[in-house]
Design a protein. Structure first.
Ligand code: URA
Length: 244
């Protein structure tokens, strides 16, 4: 077993097998193998090449992937660097390892934004063919009629084509909850504008199964292992045209 690399109990803990202490017990109970050989406490693994199994089942050890859920405030740009020197979302999370935002929220839109260095998951969440739901709360001007709500649900004609059917509710007059799975530029704002009700405030409240009403504006947290796995399941249930 390699002398360098990451401690096995740390890798197991990161993959969701419990605390470091619990993972040490797994190793001491001889339930863990590295490249087919029973592991010993103190072993180090190279997560890029070693095959780690627990109870005979190989575990996916994704090297150095991080996943942050940020509550983006108004006035922050969804990019990793801005040529105009404006505040950017990556200023609000740790700078190492380098990560990128998953999709984008307009500068004047608030709410949940994922940031990660996992390119495969990014593609699956942002590509419309995977059908990942995003939920928004839109405070709009005026009170949309039933006809306007129906148009939003059935799809509205925008300059870049009709929108896909959306789930739309109006929990209170002038407040819309919209669930869409496309990610077109300023889509919710343009949809509401198209039915005569410009958006006054827009907040993204859910990405697939991920929601968190406890994060204040500008706050972030890391996703749990279970949340990442659920997200992978959510993003894997569509029928992609391509999964490049
Ligand atoms: N729709 C919008 O109009 N803006 C966003 O930021 C996201 C969806």
């Amino acid at each position: 077993m390699p002398e360098t690399g990451e401690r096995l109990q740390k890798v197991l803990a990161r993959c969701g097998f419990g605390s470091r202490r619990v993972c040490e017990d797994l190793i001491e109970d001889e339930r863990v193998t590295v490249n087919g050989r029973t592991a010993i406490l103190g072993a180090r693994v190279d997560v890029a090449t070693d095959i780690v199994s627990v109870d005979g089942v190989e575990i996916g050890i994704q090297p150095d992937f991080v996943y942050y859920l940020l509550n983006k405030p108004v006035g922050v740009v969804t990019t990793a660097s801005d040529t105009h020197g404006r505040p950017v979302v990556t200023d609000l999370v740790p700078s190492e390892p380098r990560i990128h935002p998953v999709g984008r929220l307009d500068m004047d839109t608030e709410g949940l934004l994922l940031l990660t260095n996992d390119g495969r998951l990014t593609h699956r969440i942002t590509h419309p063919s995977f059908g990942v739901d995003k939920e928004y709360l839109a405070h709009v001007q005026g009170t949309p009629s039933r006809g306007a709500l129906r148009k939003l649900r059935e799809g509205v004609e925008l300059e870049d084509g009709p929108t896909a059917p959306a789930v739309v509710a109006m929990p209170s007059p002038g407040l819309l909850r919209l669930v869409i799975h496309e990610g077109r530029n300023r889509q919710v704002r343009r949809m509401c504008e198209a039915v005569g009700h410009p958006v006054l405030r827009l907040v993204r409240t859910r990405i697939a199964s991920l929601a968190d009403a406890t994060l204040g504006p500008g706050e972030y947290r890391e996703l749990s292992v279970d949340e990442v796995r659920q997200l992978e399941r959510d993003a894997g249930s569509g029928s992609p045209e391509s999964d490049g």
